[in-house]
Design a protein around this ligand. Structure first.
Ligand code: 5RP
Length: 232
């Protein structure tokens, strides 16, 4: 169940701006950071422009974030050129009380998981509508090899899920990695670590949008009363 947003004088967009700015406190001067994808991260990228001279650059999780970073004069580094990131800052579609997340609403889940794995710390930025008790109300994104789509949809059906192929302009959406995305409704993910382990080893799955191994260490949650810092 999602947390109903409390009656806030601030719009969801303003809450995203607040948490995007608050995340600047986690950027370590002199060190490369990882940057996620999405509308909340866009607010963070806009704020990060004020620190562009203080950081050597960023590793980006999508073509969209790369373009935005570069347009603001922030250097984008290849993941291959970097050994470790001090911090990874990204949004989420859902986050539970342990810092486990569902991600991939923006189709960037594979690169997000890779960049998160390179970082010492994952800081999630989200408005309070993203906070849930149990993951699964948001349709779970799964990046798949196209030829496995039908087979994987049937496997999800066997566990009670209804999977649909994500479309853009009437055609299958093609991810930055040249693959497709399916979105699975009707799941209740009570054991995120076990679920991620299970689905990740199904042939044809590139990345499942459950981030349990790459969970958040901190969440900056935008609420009616300001930014709450949750640690896990
Ligand atoms: C993109 C993601 C995003 O972090 C997630 O969809 C949240 O996006 P937004 O900040 O726009 O609500 O996982 O793949």
């Amino acid at each position: 169940m999602r947390t109903e947003p409390s009656a806030s004088p601030l719009s969801q967009d303003e809450l995203k701006t607040l948490v995007g700015r608050a995340a600047l406190a986690y950027v370590v001067p002199g060190e490369v950071l990882g940057v996620g994808t999405g509308s909340t991260v866009n607010k963070f990228i806009d704020a990060l422009a004020s620190m562009r001279e203080a950081i050597p650059g960023a590793v980006s999780s999508s073509e969209a974030s790369t373009q935005r970073l570069q347009a603001l004069g922030i250097r984008v580094l290849e993941a291959q050129a970097v050994e470790v990131l001090s911090v990874y800052i990204d949004g989420a579609d859902e986050i539970d009380g342990h810092g486990f997340m569902v991600k991939g609403g923006g189709a960037a889940l594979t690169r997000e998981k890779i960049v998160a794995a390179m970082a010492k710390q994952f800081v999630c930025i989200a408005d309070e509508s993203k906070q849930v008790q149990t993951l699964g109300a948001f349709p779970l994104p799964v990046e798949v090899i196209p030829m496995a789509t039908g087979h994987l949809m049937r496997r999800f059906a066997l566990m009670g899920g209804q999977a649909v192929l994500r479309l853009r302009d009437g055609h299958p959406l093609v991810s930055d990695n040249g693959q497709h995305i399916i979105d699975v409704r009707g799941l209740r993910i009570t054991d995120p670590l076990g679920f991620e382990n299970l689905v990740s080893q199904w042939p044809g799955v590139v990345t499942v949008g459950v981030f349990a191994h790459q969970k958040a260490h901190v969440c900056l949650l935008g609420t009616a009363t300001g930014v709450k810092t949750l640690t896990y």
